[in-house]
Design a binder for this molecule. Structure first.
Ligand SMILES: CC(C)(COP(=O)(O)OP(=O)(O)OC[C@H]1O[C@@H](n2cnc3c(N)ncnc32)[C@H](O)[C@@H]1OP(=O)(O)O)[C@@H](O)C(=O)NCCC(=O)NCCS
Length: 193
């Protein structure tokens, strides 16, 4: 899998933003304000939002606020963020991936949200696996977590395929009872040896 070193991207219009990371089929880059319509489309699908907030679409105000937070995040936390994802073959937007702090903890979580038409093709697994590798090998994180709604079997399967282990229900995240998945760098090095 081709994985050039992540590099900071300049702010600016959509076409001018450099790729931040590539996998075999995906290109990830920083979000800009110009991505508003794509993000709105993603968050307007109740199937996508089912396990996030019960299926309620995000409002335009929510999307504006999210884009502002995401832009500040790149500057605040080196190497972490939420990245816009496209297919490398068609250039089509498919959703986003993240590696970011998971409130109310100091743990870093891997996450993803994809358009319905992109599901079932291994895209979530491909992006999450690469972000977990990047988190451990390039950022030197000791631990990476994933948290899912108890009913979100597809996401749980993705986290396990990305190398995280089911840790049950340790505590609440985002004020909700979510299922925890955990990966440790040391365990990964041992299993690779
Ligand atoms: C969760 C999500 C990212 C999965 O994306 P995806 O690209 O379809 O995932 P992948 O194709 O890489 O892998 C999905 C895996 O889950 C499995 N799966 C799918 N639905 C399932 C279900 N209902 N029960 C059990 N397993 C299921 C698939 O078979 C596949 O496993 P396999 O490769 O071993 O067969 C996508 O459904 C999504 O964006 N959902 C909306 C947002 C969301 O819920 N994000 C996660 C928040 S924690």
């Amino acid at each position: 899998m081709k994985t050039p070193s992540p590099q900071p991207s300049p702010a600016g219009g959509r076409g001018s933003v450099k790729p931040w990371m590539q996998t075999l089929r995906l290109e990830l880059r920083e979000f800009t304000r110009a991505d508003f319509d794509e993000l709105l489309r993603l968050d307007s699908d109740p199937r996508v939002m089912k396990y996030i907030n019960g299926g309620k679409p995000s409002s335009k105000k929510d999307i504006e606020a999210a884009l502002g937070r995401v832009a500040r995040y790149y500057r605040s936390w080196y190497g972490l963020g939420v990245w816009h994802a496209t297919r490398r073959d068609t250039g089509a937007f498919i959703g986003w991936y993240c590696l970011k702090y998971c409130p109310p903890t100091c743990d870093v979580e891997v996450g993803y949200r994809l358009l319905r038409q992109a599901w079932g093709q291994g895209f979530a697994t491909e992006g999450a696996t690469e972000l977990v590798r990047y988190g451990f090998d390039d950022l030197g994180l000791d631990k990476i977590i994933g948290v899912t709604h108890p009913g979100n079997r597809a996401s749980q399967r993705v986290l396990m395929k990305a190398g995280l282990d089911d840790a049950g229900y340790a505590r609440r995240y985002y004020g909700r009872r979510l299922r925890l998945f955990v990966g440790h760098r040391d365990a990964r090095q041992v299993s690779a040896a």
